[in-house]
Design a protein around this ligand. Sequence first.
Ligand code: DAH
Length: 336
Amino acid sequence: MDPAELVNAASADIAAVHSADQLESFRIKYLGAKGLLKQASDHIKQIPPDQKRAYGQALNSAKQSISEAFQRRKLAIDAQPVAVQGVDVTEPGRVTCDPYRPGGLHLIQKTIDDLIDLFARMGFSVADGPELEDEFHNFEALNVPADHPARHPMDNFYLDMPDGSSPLMLRSQTSSVQIRVLESQKPPVRIIAPGRVYRPDTVDATHSFMFHQLEGLYVDRHVTMVDLKTCIDLFARAFFGDTVRTRFRPSFFPFTEPSAEFDVQFGGSDGASRWVELGGCGMVDPNVLHAVGLDPEVYSGFAFGLGVERIVMRRHGIADIRDLFQNDVRFLRQFV
Ligand code: DAH
């Protein structure tokens, strides 16, 4: 084929090249070791001597122009996105729910973090205990004897255990961490223990089979009820605002003596104020100190337990506890 015809044919062919495979076929056809350009250059032997020079020049320029066309096409094809079969990776994403928003901590966790900061300023550090607990830590050492109604299987999540092994349960209260801490630390002990607790309650607007408590414990020499009341009052005002008032109502818990429930007074939207119960508290019962080997003649302490969901709902005007656990982003994102 005459070099000029070769250039024409190649420029028609290259226009139809759209893929790497097609490009490779083009290369083999024109530029390959047995390709048309090679054949054309072998053909020079048969050219009459007086035309050899012109033929040679035409062939060189054909080689150059075809190589250039090949290179240009190669650049364009290399720059194409890799198409996965059936998927156009260049298509913009479809926005089905939400454009990209930053996430955040859950409202419960944020509240626990606030409480940790607040109690840290009063000298409390954070303690931790297992959610899968034995009866000694959840009940026995807390002065809740075996025949106590709070230990009834209907009111607790006991595990199915192999015969002969001691029962395990999902802890029903963070008070178990009081025992864990007193077993391993010498007074003075000043801890809070936030965490999950489990009770087989029927789920409704104010009950859940899992919720969070925050336990507090202070054991030292000469700890008194005044320390307890001061601590609860400081917490309530730091958390809910300086104008809230607190009150103690006599109550009963096996692990404290005396015991109280504490309420916080909030202003209602109608201008009236109402008392809202926040938790239980009291002076650590001597039997609890005995159970962990401390002498009640030497040491005394106070303890308290708050319901975290209750605080969260009160603080944010949430009427249904289920909203906190359903994980509907439309709800959760209000608090991010
Ligand atoms: N553990 C109690 C409950 O779950 C709450 C509680 C009451 C904790 C009094 C305490 C306390 O530390 O002193 O109902």
